[in-house]
Design a protein around this ligand. Structure first.
Ligand SMILES: C[S@@+](CC[C@H](N)C(=O)[O-])C[C@H]1O[C@@H](n2cnc3c(N)ncnc32)[C@H](O)[C@@H]1O
Length: 256
């Protein structure tokens, strides 16, 4: 609890985006990730391995972009830092603890940008801002897309007048935004979840993509997001994750 309070306070102090609710969500995620580290290890290893494969397909490695970089747990940040000239990290919030960890590791070519990637109230598409970033060779959407859906679903419930299909449209806009980029892209997201009791009976299941179909995926796995005891002693929540490298808009040309 004390560590969480310190992380919250330090992040609030240094964050250019002073939104206590967002910082609190990131701190809560950080604390849960620490509690569930054994259960999450395979999911994190799968995500990292998929991204490493994407890196290996690239003819050149100038700028890498991570969308939903958050805690940097499911991206191979040291390999990205070593193999790219620059790594740009985008999330609503970056915790002070995460920034300190990267500084201690000497990862000097990272830049942290606080940004709402949902596209909600954005004039252009949610990822249009990347069109003006030069030399991008790799864009990773790192377990972010379902969370955009969760955030917008909350808004739809609280803001009268927001169309019901806003969530699906923004999820679609993220996928379209990735395919419009002239860079290798890598989309990793949980797409659905099940709540399961001790006897194995499924009590609840839902589609986190709100009916939107993802491009054909190369890999999928289960992520035990909330093992028994995390949310309730009698049930657990398991998410299904898909990883895909959608076709590239027009490949970046290798340097002469
Ligand atoms: C499941 S976490 C993934 C974290 C990260 N990839 C990692 O390696 O630890 C989802 C992340 O998405 C971020 N997020 C959720 N909604 C967002 C939005 N609208 N814009 C930007 N980031 C968002 C959260 O802050 C969180 O860090």
């Amino acid at each position: 609890m004390l560590l969480e309070a310190l992380n919250f306070a330090a992040t609030y102090l240094i964050s250019p985006r002073k939104r206590a609710g967002e910082i609190n969500s990131s701190v809560t995620l950080w604390a849960r990730a620490r509690r569930c580290s054994k259960d999450w290890a395979q999911h994190e290893a799968n995500s990292k391995a998929f991204i490493l494969q994407a890196i290996d397909t690239l003819p050149q490695r100038r700028v890498a972009v991570v969308l939903g970089s958050g805690l940097l747990r499911d991206v191979p940040i040291e390999a990205l830092s070593k193999r790219f000239r620059e790594v740009r990290l985008y999330d609503l919030q970056h915790l002070a603890s995460v920034r300190a960890w990267t500084a201690m590791r000497g990862l000097r070519n990272l830049s942290f940008e606080n940004r709402d990637l949902s596209g909600y109230r954005a004039g252009a598409g949610p990822l249009a801002f990347l069109q003006s970033v030069p030399d991008i060779d790799l864009v990773i959407s790192a377990n972010l897309l379902s969370q955009i859906g969760v955030g917008i679903s909350r808004l739809v419930k609280s803001e009268p007048g927001l169309p019901e299909d806003s969530v699906a449209r923004l999820i679609e806009a993220h996928i379209d935004g990735l395919s419009a980029l002239a860079a290798r892209t890598c989309l990793i997201t949980d797409v659905s979840y099940e709540v399961i009791d001790r006897s194995g009976k499924v009590l609840e299941r839902d589609d986190l993509m709100h009916g939107v179909t993802l491009p054909a995926h190369q890999l999928e796995w289960q992520w035990p997001v909330a093992p028994l005891g995390e949310l309730d002693p009698n049930y657990r929540a398991v998410h299904r994750v898909m990883a895909t490298m959608p076709a590239q808009a027009s490949p970046a040309r290798p340097l002469p």
